[in-house]
Design a protein around this ligand. Structure first.
Ligand SMILES: [Cu+2]
Length: 149
């Protein structure tokens, strides 16, 4: 609950500034199961970094929606092994809640958007981070590096 409150608070504090802010980037996921970028740079001076994610695919959400999960690269395999659409909701990325998830969006469908807010205090510059789609079968190709500079 506190996390949710913090998230909402940071959203409202950041959103008026985010249009011209360097503390954000745009990212799209398309019909070909590709992200528009395979690398995202996060400025460590940002307190919150926003990935403005848009699904430009035409594939219905339940057959091939997209999302964005941010985690350490070292946690990628253990997290993907937890993906289970029969147990967990698309709103939760088909994943259980986990401290290993640094930021996430729900699975979204065609023309939907979601701002993924990363608490930059959770990132360390020497650590490898990744962003990936937790729709089953997607993360083999929908995966990129997130670099803290
Ligand atoms: Cu996807």
């Amino acid at each position: 609950m506190l996390k949710l409150f913090t998230f909402l608070l940071s959203f409202f504090l950041i959103s008026p500034l985010s249009f011209a802010s360097p503390c954000s980037t745009n990212l799209e996921g398309n019909t070909m199961m590709q992200y528009s970028s395979n690398s995202i740079k996060v400025d460590s001076s940002c307190s919150v970094f926003t990935i403005k994610f848009k699904n430009t695919s035409t594939v219905a959400k339940e057959y091939g929606g997209h999302n964005v999960i941010v985690s350490r690269d070292a946690d990628f395999s253990s997290l993907t092994s937890l993906v289970d659409p029969t147990v967990h909701s698309p709103e939760n990325g088909y994943l259980p809640n986990s401290d290993k998830i640094i930021a996430k969006s729900p699975i979204i469908g065609p023309n939907e958007s979601y701002n993924v807010e990363i608490d930059v205090s959770r990132l360390n510059s020497g650590e490898k981070y990744v962003f990936w789609c937790s729709f089953t079968g997607h993360w083999g190709v929908m995966k990129g590096n997130l670099v803290v500079k």
